[in-house]
Design a protein around this ligand. Structure first.
Ligand SMILES: [Zn+2]
Length: 345
């Protein structure tokens, strides 16, 4: 597999370029929004802001690919994403998967695989079928937009029975389609460990997993353990300073680079242009640095000051995403040969 599924079709691994591996366009909840008025959802304004920002990310900052991990449970709406990104000049990778910390909606209980409590209807697991179909056939109502990555969650409840089912569907879809699994963790529970254990027990290649939100941790032992086991880690919340300040995030990243972990790290913001959960006005007041330009404008200059080389930055932002997204060692080597060691040090 040396192409990556994007909103506009498969893109060759050589064209993936500088990549933000964990982002959002909009996080919504259509049912809530139909019943509780949200004063800050102004589509025209959000679209204008998002288009200007995405265009600037590409034109001014050299970002080529933006991975939107907004899946079911976060209001995934690919037809709207298609409208929003019509004239945007970067690759958008969309995801399949399910975001829940504990339970699935009743629909998935009545439509469960054989042997599950609540199963009412015969038939295959709708969850598993959805994950696979999203990657292979395309997301419904999108004219064949195919997902390029699978997103799943562990938080304070651990891997509950419903999450175990989500994980099974993700594992089967990963094996069947070859796209990677990217996760949400909560570092106060260090539950990247639980995820890795589940993956190993169930035959998932850790090299095809990205343990997300790992950058919320400053525990080098924990982070190195996740990478030594073979996963990529996502240091993917730069700017989210109400969880951890960027100085600590940068310090941890520099130490890991110095200790030889450059080839296992991905970086991103987990930012969005609208979220029903933390509205724009709240973000502006409480977390002003949490936006999609933070890495380009602040983090990379800080890394350079601390002695991180251009090649190391390119490894993290260009080469690692190719390896993570395609799992293709040869394609990754070809990209590395092209972009590394070009004299910009
Ligand atoms: Zn996210």
């Amino acid at each position: 597999m040396s192409t990556v599924n994007t909103l506009r079709g498969p893109v060759d691994s050589s064209q993936i370029g500088t990549t933000l591996m964990h982002e959002h366009l909009m996080v919504r909840n259509p049912e809530l929004e139909r019943n509780i008025e949200h004063p800050e959802y102004d589509e025209a304004a959000i679209f204008a802001r998002a288009r200007a920002s995405l265009t600037s990310l590409h034109v001014d900052k050299g970002i080529d690919t933006f991975v939107d991990l907004t899946v079911l449970g976060l209001g995934r709406d690919i037809p709207t994403v298609l409208r929003l990104t019509e004239d945007v000049p970067l690759n958008i990778v969309v995801a399949t998967g399910y975001y829940t910390a504990k339970d699935l909606p009743t629909y998935f209980h009545t439509h469960a695989p054989d042997g599950f409590v609540g199963r009412t209807l015969d038939g295959p697991d709708v969850l598993e079928r959805m994950f696979v179909d999203d990657v292979v056939k395309g997301v419904p109502r999108t004219d064949g937009v195919r997902a390029g990555i699978i997103k799943i969650v562990t938080d304070e409840h651990g891997i509950t029975p419903d999450l175990d089912r989500v994980y099974r569907a993700a594992a089967r879809a990963q094996a069947e389609t070859g796209v990677p699994i990217s996760t949400h963790t909560n570092v106060s529970y260090a539950n990247g460990r639980d995820q890795q254990k589940w993956f190993v027990d169930n035959g998932v290649d850790l090299g095809r997993t990205i343990i997300g939100h790992s950058g919320d941790s400053t525990d080098l032992g924990y982070l190195k353990e996740l990478m030594d086991n073979g996963s990529f880690i996502g240091m993917d919340r730069f700017g989210m300073e109400f969880v951890l300040d960027d100085e600590s995030r940068i310090d941890t990243l520099v130490k890991l680079i110095e200790q030889g972990y450059t080839e296992r790290i991905t970086i991103s913001h987990d930012a969005g242009f609208f979220s029903i959960n933390t509205p724009t006005s709240w973000r502006a007041k409480h977390t002003p640095n949490w936006h999609h330009h933070r890495i380009s404008d602040h983090v990379l200059p800080e890394l350079r000051k601390r002695g991180v080389t251009e090649d190391q930055i390119t490894q993290i932002m260009v080469v690692n995403p190719v390896q993570a997204l395609t799992g293709d060692v040869e394609a990754t080597r070809a990209v590395a040969e092209k972009v590394l060691g070009t004299g910009r040090s």
